[in-house]
Ligand binder design. Sequence first.
Ligand code: GLC
Length: 536
Amino acid sequence: MDMDKWWKRSIFYEIYISSFCDSNNDGIGDLRGITSKLGYLKSLGIDGIWLTPYYKSPKVDNGYDIEDYYEINPDYGTMDDFDELLREAHKRNIKIIADLVLNHTSDKHKWFVESKASKDSQKRDWYIWKDKPNNWESFFSGSAWEYDEPTKQYYYHAFAKEQVDLNWSNSQVKKAMLDVVKFWLDKGIDGFRLDVINFLKVNDSFADNPSDENGEQQHIYDKDQAGIIQVIQELRDVVEQYDDRFLVGEVGSDNIETIKEYIGDTCLDAAFNFNLGSIEKFDVKRIFTELKLMEEKLDGQLPTLFFSSHDMPRYISRFGGETMDEERAKCVAVLMLTARGIPFIYYGDEIGMRDYVAESIACMRDIQGVLAYEKAIGNGKSYSEALIIANQRCRDKSRSPMQWDASEYAGFSTAKPWMEVHISRSVINVENQLIDGNSIFNHYKQLISIREKHKSLLYGVYEKLDMQENAIYFVRKYESEEVLVIINFGISELEFSIEKYQGFKFVYSNIRESLDLSKSTIRVMSNESIIMTKEV
Ligand code: GLC
């Protein structure tokens, strides 16, 4: 494996731009806000930032509906602000990767406006038009087809109707998008997070999707289709003309074999595995099984390690609710930052932010939540029932403004933020976390610095990856160094034999300062993680 590639030893930090830091006090986070917090990110120790879409957009899906790939959304600033952010990040040795939505554009994009204008439009074939819809369902809600009265045809949208799927079988579309890719690479962006990349093409047959025994549609013909990998390879060829850029893809699949197909030297560098990242409930055996599977099935390629994102509830709330044991949250961080893979920290997780729940439909911002609400009302549900249903789908949970301090708007802005600040801001905020030596933030920071100092945590393979009771433990080795990590997610203490680990020294525990290594066993407490190393 080529160890020199920066992304192989990097920790990424996902920033949901609207909610991170507002520099001009209009209530919406922006690029200059991020620049002003680079010092904070540097002190945490991250190496790369994943920026959610910053392009011009009507923001029906908060930027995942792009109107112009060459312009910055004025809510987020200007091109100068973008250049400054990139420059300032690079000065601090922080890379930036951009979220790029290739699958669809906004319905306001000039390509679609032209395509829609008439059946004879030169751009008609840039999108997917049909006289009759099939049964394909949108991943958000309802049919994936929208009728256009003037031209009497339906267009295809895998997500909201304002996010129109491009026709990637049209070579002009491909060329136009590769030009976009080159534009941002020329600007110096360090790579891309490719949005829903395995949706890029649909099956030419347009055959109906089958349903499973529960009546749920099986997305057989509208994702992972032939020809997608070739497109990615062409994109890769473009990226290869620039040195050292990184491609990570969002590959929504519950099959690791499918995910694997997208990764490799001529394809994506890495892909998100939601089977691990988005597990609904905390399940140590499931986590362990996924770690093992990724080792077995990814042919040595690096997995990604994450448990939160802008599309799912925060892991702290998901795994433990309001009563989540902070030590357990730290243990999840230990796993993310010491297992083999590329960690992606989601903004706010490092201070223990919790899920936000909208108390009224007026407070709800996410299109998915709003669509679910409308559907429920359409199905005759009452307001309060519909609100509950909507909140289940709503992705606002993990998108509330970053909690910098205890003030009314959490130090995120001096104006009323675009979405409500979480009520916990008075207790859970960066200011408090920095002061408290034992805070989640300070544990993240310490773990990141331990990772940096130990090559086996950056490059080491697993000598062992196993479970004992409800603990996951592993040994990673690189050259003359070995690291042993024991993470006890169990509710009871674990007696762990260290006979095989003679000569290992204590490096870290989230619970104590030192450890007696003179006996043949150690007692690992509930929700305790221990890291030990040895130089051979
Ligand atoms: C990806 C994004 C999500 C967006 C969807 C459609 O899954 O992460 O936020 O809604 O694509 O673009």
